[in-house]
Structure formats: structure tokens, C-alpha cells
Design a binder for this molecule. Structure first.
Ligand SMILES: C[S@@+](CC[C@H](N)C(=O)[O-])C[C@H]1O[C@@H](n2cnc3c(N)ncnc32)[C@H](O)[C@@H]1O
Length: 259
């Protein structure tokens, strides 16, 4: 009798929640293959292809798949990023647990396999602001972004759809729908929007507050380390850090006014 249930932690569960019903999924860096197994078992998707650059994780993934009787529905292929896919095989692509820079290399727009993808669900570990900027410039639209916490660490999960930059929610041009509220805030705190993208600052929430506070902590520590420096470059850097810390603090008071 095949073993069935798979329980995902909050990080991968948040990724899974963004996968469209019925998608032809490609899971890059699938490792243990728990994400495609979970989605197929729940009936969200009919089948999936997982890839990993290393053979060891794929062996473990194959055992996990076989234990659940899913070998006919989830295929695993070894290779770099999207290389093991043929064009059009995946209309939704998940990439979780890798740095944003590596994700950008994997999602190189010249790759034929990316042409059929309509949705990307990404859970980067670092390099988030560069990843957002680059994908917006490549005409992907950030349809949703949320923060989730696992074992005390905060992760971001992004869902990207094909689209034009002018459709992008959370930017001044798209803000008319919310009475211009986000519009005013984007103009008032452009640095914060540049750092966290078009959606997270507008959504707020307790995890985003912790992200803002953690960043202020980093700025304070960097400023303290420069405190006694006398060179012109260090003083300029110190001024910039203090200016940014004030902006972050003001943004926090603006978003969480009652505390
Ligand atoms: C930290 S694990 C994340 C596993 C799973 N996606 C998750 O989020 O729990 C990263 C996996 O990505 C794989 N990987 C790293 N670079 C890759 C690449 N260029 N192409 C495919 N897989 C890669 C690693 O071998 C590893 O199994």
C-alpha cells in the first residue's frame, strides 16, 4: 500500500498555494521532490517534472515518488535549471530555496523552455530586490508576494505572470484603483518601494514590520561600525545610512500608526 501524506513546512506550503490548478509544473531544484508530490497528491496538478543539478537529491526524490506510487506522474531529470525541459513542457515553473542571482540565470529569457511558462512561483533566499527589478524589466508582472515564517526565519514567496510593466499592481500608474493611497506612499518612500518591490510595503502585516525593523538594525550596526571613521567616504556613507534609517523608521510609523 503506497505511503500517502506529505506535510510541507510553511515555506514550501506558501509556494504550493500559488501553483495554478491544472498547471503543467516544472519544479527546478526539486531536491526531495516534496513539492510536486504534495501538489499531485492533493489533485492540484495532474503531473509534474522536477529537475536538479545533482544526482543525489534526485535519487532521494525518486524514492519519495515511488513510495507514493507516483512514478508515472512525476518525472525527475538531472540538469542545470531549465536545460532538461523541452519548450512548452511547463506552463508554471517553481524555483524555491536558491539565491535570487541564480534564479535569474536559470530564468534566462533566451531559454526556449521558458517560452511556454505563463507563471513563475519563486522563493528566493537573498537577492530579492535585484530579482524583482530584473524580472519587472523582463516584462514579468508581480501578481502576488507574501512573507512566511519558518523556524524563526522570514521568507518571501512571489508569483509572477507574463504581462506588461504598465499592468503592474502597486506602482503609481496602477494605484488609482485604491484611491491613490499606495500612489502617495510610493512617492513618499521611494527607497522602501525600490527595496521591497511593489506589493509587500502596501500589504504591510506583522512580518513586513519585522523585515523593516531587521533592516534598521543592520543600518544601525553598520553606522556604529563607521562611527569613529574620519575619512570623507566613510562620513558620506554614515550620512547615507542615517538618512535611510530615518526613512525606514518613518515608513514603519506610517504603516503601523497605532503602536
Ligand atoms: C536548498 S535546495 C531547495 C530544495 C527545494 N526546492 C526546497 O525549496 O525545499 C536547492 C536545490 O537546488 C539544486 N540546484 C542548485 N543549483 C541548481 C541549478 N542550477 N539547476 C537545478 N538545480 C539546482 C540543489 O542541488 C538543491 O537540491
Amino acid at each position: 500500500m503506497p505511503e500517502q501524506a506529505v506535510k510541507l513546512g510553511p515555506r514550501l506550503a506558501a509556494v504550493a498555494a500559488h501553483v495554478p490548478d491544472g498547471a503543467f509544473l516544472g519544479d527546478i531544484g526539486t531536491d526531495h521532490a516534496l513539492l510536486p508530490i504534495y501538489l499531485v497528491l492533493r489533485g492540484v496538478i495532474p503531473s509534474a517534472i522536477g529537475t536538479d543539478i545533482r544526482g543525489g537529491p534526485l535519487d532521494a526524490g525518486r524514492r519519495n515518488i515511488a513510495r507514493r506510487g507516483l512514478s508515472g506522474r512525476i518525472a525527475l531529470r538531472q540538469g542545470d535549471g531549465l536545460a532538461p525541459f523541452r519548450g512548452g513542457e511547463a506552463d508554471a515553473v517553481t524555483v524555491a530555496g536558491m539565491g535570487g542571482g541564480l534564479m535569474l540565470e536559470i530564468l534566462d529569457p533566451r531559454r526556449e523552455a521558458l517560452a511556454g511558462a505563463r507563471t513563475l512561483i519563486l522563493q528566493p533566499q537573498g537577492g530579492e530586490s535585484g530579482l524583482r527589478r530584473a524580472l519587472l524589466a523582463r516584462n514579468w508582472r508581480l501578481a502576488a508576494e507574501e512573507l512566511t515564517e519558518e523556524k524563526g526565519r522570514i521568507y518571501t514567496v512571489m508569483r509572477w505572470e507574463r504581462g506588461a510593466a504598465t499592468d503592474q499592481p502597486g506602482t503609481p500608474s496602477a494605484a488609482a484603483a485604491d484611491g491613490g493611497c499606495a500612489d502617495a506612499a510610493v512617492r513618499r518612500f521611494p527607497e522602501v518601494w525600490a527595496e521591497y518591490g511593489p506589493l509587500l510595503p502596501a500589504a504591510g502585516g506583522p512580518l513586513f514590520r519585522r523585515v523593516l525593523q531587521a533592516e534598521r538594525g543592520r543600518m544601525r550596526r553598520a553606522a556604529a561600525a563607521l562611527g569613529s571613521a574620519t575619512g570623507a567616504a566613510a562620513r558620506e556613507r554614515l550620512g547615507e545610512l542615517r538618512r535611510r534609517a530615518e526613512i525606514w523608521e518613518e515608513m514603519e510609523s506610517w504603516l503601523y500608526p497605532s503602536d
